[in-house]
Structure formats: structure tokens, C-alpha cells
Design a protein around this ligand. Sequence first.
Ligand code: C5P
Length: 233
Amino acid sequence: MTKPIIALDFSTAEQVEGFLAKIAEEQLALKVGMELFYSAGPAFIRELKNSGHAIFLDLKLHDIPNTVERAMRVIAGLGVDMVNVHAAGGKRMMEAALSGLESGSKSGKRPKLIAVTQLTSTSEQEMQKEQQIKTSLLDSVLHYSELAYSAGLDGVVCSAFEAAEIEKRTHVDFLRVTPGIRLLNAKADDQKRIVTPSDARRMKASSIVVGRPITQAENPQIAYHKIVEEWGK
Ligand code: C5P
């Protein structure tokens, strides 16, 4: 997914259809999260795929290895391009997720599997107190990235601020998929540490996820093209 991935943070298929009509573009990269998936279901994913779009299904699985493997087998059958798990589920769970995706991929093309390390909503203090992890937040993110890499995953979701160090500790081809993207002088919404698309590229992100700057724009098509252009630089 080299194009900016648009986060479809909508609650119904109708809202998404209204939004996509405004972009009027074929072959977009779209992220479907829990809200939309729980509301619109697998049938809508197939519809988006049939329209030619690439899909990152952001369901963040975290369960025992057997359950995750079986769920991933079903997810692979939807023909999506990227999915994710929580690295906190452990190496065995991540390996099981991969194996489920492999056995469920009909075309032989397995969806990319990436891991969530620490949620960006988690503060270092919360992590240390609640998860009883005694390292810094960054060290925990790096540790989980290395664990995901050693389990054979294709990458992680991370902040642009962590991307270069993750690349250094893993491999240039290990994906660093980064949200928290805004155009210069745009409002941050609830994102704390934001970067522009060209900063993200410079900071070694391999893909960017962009939601509100496109979905809430007055003209989503213009906003999307601005982001594509900056990201491509
Ligand atoms: O609207 P905005 O561009 O902030 O949306 C970013 C998208 O990326 C949302 O779907 C959000 O849930 C997701 N995300 C994030 N930070 C993470 C992981 C995912 O903003 N660490």
C-alpha cells in the first residue's frame, strides 16, 4: 500500500459511499476499522474490493493463538490486503495469525500482517503502572517491533517518530505504517504528535494513514491529492 491509506472512520456503508463519491477515484487504499466493520460487515468489504480498492482491515486481533489463527483464515477469505494484531498477544499468537492468513488465502496472495505495539493513547506512566512494564514507552515499542519481526510479520503500526529506529532494528522492508498525519498549519484534532506527509517520508515511514484531513475536508478530492503529492515527494 504505497498510496496514502484513507481511514474510513464512518459508522455506516451509506456514509462511506457518500464520501467515496466525492473522491471519485479508482484504486484507493482504504482502512476499515472496528466501527465500520461491525456495522457494515464482510459483505461491504467485498463490495469495496470489487470496486478496485485496496483494504487495510484494522481489527487489531488479540486472543489465544488457536482463535486468532481461525479468525485470520476467515479474514483472508475476504481478499483484504492488510490486517493487524496486537503484538502483546505474543510471538506464538503472531505466528498463528500468519499461518491462518496463509491457509485462508485463496489466490495465494496472503494479506500483509502488521502489529500494533503500544497504543498511542497509552502514556508511559500508564504502561508502567498498569502493564507493569518497567522500560520506557519507546523501548517497549521497539521491543514489540523486534518481536513482530522475529515472528515473521510484515511490519508495525507506529508513530513517524519511531519509524527510523524500527527500520534500523529490523529491516528496510519491515513496514512502518504511520497515522498522525496533517498538512502544514492544519488542526491537530486529538492527535498529539503530528507530522506532514513529507516529514513522514523523511522520517522513514513506509505508509501513511490519514483520516479526518481527507474525510472531513470541504473538498475531499483536493485534500487527498494534496496529501498524495506531498507524500510522493
Ligand atoms: O483522523 P486521523 O487522521 O487522526 O485518523 C487516523 C486514523 O489512524 C484513525 O483511524 C485512528 O484510529 C488510527 N490510528 C491512530 N493512531 C494509532 C493507530 C491508529 O490515529 N496509533
